[in-house]
Design a protein around this ligand. Structure first.
Ligand code: Z5A
Length: 208
């Protein structure tokens, strides 16, 4: 059986965590080896960087420092965890990856797209998702769900307009890379979202 690199993306509260667990359970029932991981994070060093990035006390963090920290966490995560798992033939399911940086730091913070893309290359090497699923939901709905689930982190505290730019950017990425990036309506009940995701993943895993 082939390994594959699958990423889930979308605005906060769109249901990534819920869906990646359902997907992992289903793939494991089929006898596949699955690694669930997340960004920023996934290794001790990257989790330490995550703490800096999401701490609401860090209001002084500059947009460029934020961008570099997300990419630094990614470089460590790819080298230490994602690449080795893919080399062993596992299916790696990652909660957010480089498209989040394009959306949040590129579109959200309005940093130059070519700089962001160059940093992706540096941080990821040739490791890039086989399939990216954007769970699409209006930003205000996602924020409501996330707020009901837990306290707000540093980025969730940004104004609604920021999160709307992020959503639009995920949809733009999907339009510009239709082979890799698929959009699923995340306003549906969780079981319907899970069925749509499974179908997309099955198609990728069955490719020769
Ligand atoms: N960030 C960035 O700026 N740049 C980057 O490069 C990267 C990340 C990689 C990471 O936070 C933050 O870092 C994030 C982007 C930024 N910004 N913020 N804030 P995180 O990992 O802590 O949080 P998140 O990625 O935004 O996800 P989340 O808020 O934890 O939500 P989620 O995983 O997408 O959703 P969930 O936990 O599965 O569901 C949320 C709630 O909705 C929960 O109560 C569920 O039971 C409920 N839910 C789930 N699905 C449904 C459906 N279908 N219907 C109704 N209710 C549902």
């Amino acid at each position: 059986m082939n390994g594959a690199f699958i990423t889930l993306e979308g605005v906060e509260g769109c249901g990534k965590t819920t869906q990646m667990t359902l997907l992992r359970d289903r793939l494991e029932r089929e006898g596949r080896r699955v690694l669930l991981t997340r960004e920023p994070g996934g290794t001790p060093i990257a989790e330490a960087i995550r703490d800096i990035l999401l701490d609401p006390a860090n209001t002084a963090l500059s947009p460029v420092a934020e961008l570099l920290l997300y990419e630094a966490a990614r470089a460590q995560h790819v080298a230490e965890r994602i690449r080795p798992a893919l080399d062993e033939g596992a299916i790696v399911i990652c909660d957010r990856f480089a498209d989040s940086t394009t959306a949040y730091q590129g579109a959200g913070r309005v940093l130059p797209g070519d700089t962001v893309r160059n940093l992706h290359r540096l941080a990821t090497g040739a490791v890039w998702p086989d399939l990216t699923i954007v769970l699409d939901i209006p930003a205000e709905e996602g924020l409501k769900r996330a707020a009901a689930a837990r306290t707000r982190d540093r980025i969730e505290r940004e104004p609604l307009e920021f999160h709307q730019r992020v959503r639009r950017e995920f949809l733009r990425i999907a339009e510009s890379e239709p082979e890799r990036v698929k959009v699923v309506d995340a306003a549906q009940p969780p079981e319907a979202v899970a069925a749509a995701i499974y179908e997309l993943v099955r198609m990728v895993l069955e490719q020769p």
